[in-house]
Design a protein around this ligand. Sequence first.
Ligand code: NAP
Ligand code: GLV
Length: 314
Amino acid sequence: MNSSAPTLVFFSNTDDPAPWQAAIAAAVPSITFRVAPHTGPVDAVRYALVWKPPRGWLAQFPNLRAILSLGAGVDALLEDPALPPGIPITRMVDAGMGRQMAEYATYAVMHFHRHMQRYSALQREGRWAPLEPVAAARFTVGIMGLGVLGAQAAQMVASLGYPVLGWSRTTKQLPGVEVLSGNDALPGFLGRTRLLLNFLPLTPATRGVIDAQLLAMLPRGAFVVNLARGGHLVEPDLLAALDRGHIAGAMLDVFEQEPLPATHPFWRHPAVVVTPHVAAVTQAEDAAAQVIANLQRLERGEMPVGLVDRGAGY
Ligand code: NAP
Ligand code: GLV
């Protein structure tokens, strides 16, 4: 094991390293902070703080002790065939993202429940046409994935009087939310869902889960909101369901290919709202304390918190 001062390498094409560097230097001055591609001697690197490093990039550090994800979802890391084995991987646990996700989810629910998509279209046509209101109490919201982020969204939406159904792998109790769990419960969950919100992690078990079969189990006129990962949604199946009117609208923050290609039909589809993967953004101001506490644990020889289960994929 290398005995020189431990180095943390930072890799992200979307996060500014400066606030991370300042926060970590102030709290853990014994760690040298380097920003990729200027990693310094590879054998001094003990920690990697990363968002979507290229496949194989982490394998160059022979003395890596832990990988700290700048995001909540670690699917891109786990898909790296050269991911260093046997060392802890941590992920962001809330870190300010729960509130952001709950806001986005609540906005999406109200956008579709209050017919805003249809009123935008009517405005473009210059038509004054009041639509039949729907009581919030009759607009059931179904949430797939009731972890750190899904649970907060569920509670914010429920607090506004919408019936909220949740679906997760294992059962749990959430005030104001009816929780169903396991694959057998999925058809019943979908059959009662007027607006589906996806908060699942992308794993081998959840890739492509929102496909033609799942969409067909939603009632005609349902809405789909994907805030988790593009790989959950079979995009041609959603387009087909929208075009036949089975699904009435979609709000999509994440896509199989990001940035969404300029020619993709979602950009111009009248029933689709596109946002550029911004439902919840890691901000150093909210998240650095979590990373610093883990670095301090690791430097003391303790296990970090927010550990990813490599077998489960999240
Ligand atoms: P989390 O705490 O790990 O929660 C995951 C939830 O999904 C848990 O309730 C889990 O069930 C459930 N789940 C996992 N596999 C399942 C399966 N096969 N069937 C049914 N339920 C399953 O994750 P989180 O922190 O809430 O984050 C969720 C995801 O949000 C991330 O993985 C990421 O992809 C996405 N995200 C997107 C953005 C954005 O800006 N768009 C930002 C941050 C995160 P159990 O509770 O039974 O384990
Ligand atoms: C963003 O998508 C994240 O996983 O944090």
